[in-house]
Design a protein around this ligand. Structure first.
Ligand code: NAD
Length: 435
């Protein structure tokens, strides 16, 4: 029976099911479909399913043409209900894992997806969780639910965890050339999961358990959160020392070993770095351990929007103005350069804080035409010299590459640049204030 599944995977005859067709699930569907597998996608969003079946994508890194190609070839079909999971030989779960208001893991999406799998459970299926989660989720929470079917893991079905490492907006590292970590419940589970990913990813690294694989992902994201927290704190120190944090980092980065540059900014955003480390610290709390680095980095990073607003108000003060009543343009509302994702974006916090202080704030983002705001919508304003000239300050929050920074500096009375995006602007530097 196990050989059947192995052969089906090797021959690309296995039908691949993917639950959750977002930033992780849709690129996965494309890669898997591209090498020849038939892919069934499942998502609770009717709009998303309609869009995909019409050959369209709503994910930055997935062009419409890639979806259309697979849909036209009959290799990709999307569904809003789970019945067709029964026909799938592999099932990858790629649903969100947010935090609750009290910063506890919210695994309700995983549970809902696993319920779908449970309803359609059958023999000879490989189930892989890709959603980032706390150590122990796959073995302690998912395994018992799937074994309620009477089927036995490692014999009748296979269960593994493999963390997705997608870096939205990164043109060099995509799903197929980013090495993958895989850990199964049993050695057979690992073997089959490894074989599956080998069909469309260049390098696979197997670890001893699902718990190890879950923890690898949390280490990776905690590493980023802690290092960003460190440079953000160095930025606060440099402010007090009268130094440019950018100059210090650039000089330190000339060291060819033992130093890796991270850069400060207005705070953390996206569905990973601000959230995932708390999955690890939450788990450790249950083991009577306080994860100091995680909590400290979270504290420093989450206060960056307040620091940005403090610097804006100091700068206004220097020009004899108050924040209240000032016209401020925010550039970049997405959390990261050249993408449209506004989840957890610190720009939203800066916007809120400035509005609370009485500023008249507008924003521009070439990737985000509008945002939901105060029970309504706020639209991105066209970035013209006239708009910039009519403001009291321009604040660069996200360094999209399409911005004409020279034009912005030429026309703005003052530019507060939280990303050092204006580093190549030579003229009128006296108007630029760096974070
Ligand atoms: N976005 C990233 O850069 C990234 C990178 C690595 C890992 N991850 C992790 O991958 C997971 C998914 O993140 P994402 O960014 O793709 O999220 P997303 O919000 O972009 O996509 C999730 C999709 O799942 C769907 N969904 C929600 N509940 C469902 C259910 N019960 N059944 C079927 N579909 C359901 C949603 O409609 C949505 O389309 C998270 O755990 C995240 O931490 C994300």
């Amino acid at each position: 029976m196990q050989d059947n599944l192995l052969t089906k995977i090797k021959d690309k005859k296995a039908r691949v099911g993917i639950i959750g067709l977002g930033y992780v699930g849709l690129p996965l569907a494309i890669e898997v479909g591209r090498v020849g597998f038939e892919v069934y996608g499942f998502d609770i969003s009717e709009n998303k399913v309609k869009l995909i079946n019409a050959g369209k994508s709503d994910i930055d890194d997935v062009p419409d043409a890639a979806v259309k190609d697979l849909v036209n070839k009959g290799k990709l079909k999307a569904f809003t209900t789970p019945e067709n999971l029964k026909k799938c030989d592999t099932i990858s779960i790629c649903v969100p894992t947010p935090l609750s208001k009290t910063k506890d893991p919210d695994v309700s999406y995983i549970l809902a997806a696993v319920n779908w799998v449970q309803e359609q459970m059958h023999k000879e299926v490989l189930v892989v969780l890709e959603s980032t989660t706390y150590p122990g989720t796959t073995e302690d929470m998912i395994l018992p639910l799937l074994e309620e079917s009477g089927l036995k893991v490692g014999k009748d079905f296979y269960l593994a965890f493999s963390p997705e490492r997608v870096d939205p907006g990164n043109p060099k590292f995509l799903t197929h050339n980013t090495p993958r970590v895989v850990g199964g419940i049993t050695p057979k589970c690992t073997k089959i999961a490894k074989l599956f990913y080998e069909q469309f990813i260049d390098n696979i690294y197997a670890v001893s358990s699902t718990k190890a694989a879950e923890t690898v992902k949390l280490l990776e994201n905690t590493f980023r959160s802690v290092n960003i927290g460190l440079v953000n704190e160095v930025a606060l120190m440099c402010d007090r020392l009268g130094l440019s944090v950018w100059e210090i980092i650039d000089a330190a980065a000339t060291k060819p070993f033992g130093f890796m540059p991270f850069y400060p900014g207005p705070g953390l955003g996206g569905h990973c770095i601000p959230i995932d480390p708390h999955y690890l610290s939450w788990k450790l709390k249950s083991l009577n351990y306080y994860a100091r680095f995680i909590e400290l980095a979270g504290d420093v990073n989450s206060h960056m929007p307040e620091y940005v607003v403090d610097r804006i108000s100091r700068e206004m003060n220097r020009h004899g103005r108050s924040v209240k009543g000032s016209k401020i343009i925010l550039l970049g509302i997405a959390y990261k350069r050249d993408i449209k994702d506004v989840r957890e974006s610190p720009a939203l916090d800066v916007l809120k804080l400035l509005e609370n202080a009485g500023a008249k704030v507008v924003f521009n983002d070439p990737f985000v035409p509008e945002i939901r705001w105060n029970d309504g919508k706020l639209k991105s304003q066209k970035l013209t010299p006239a708009l910039i000239k009519g403001s009291h300050m321009v604040v660069i929050l996200t360094d999209h590459t399409s911005y004409d920074y020279k034009m912005i500096v030429d026309n703005a009375p003052v530019v507060f640049d939280t990303r050092n995006a204006t580093k190549n602007v030579k003229a009128k530097r006296n108007k630029i204030v760096l974070l």
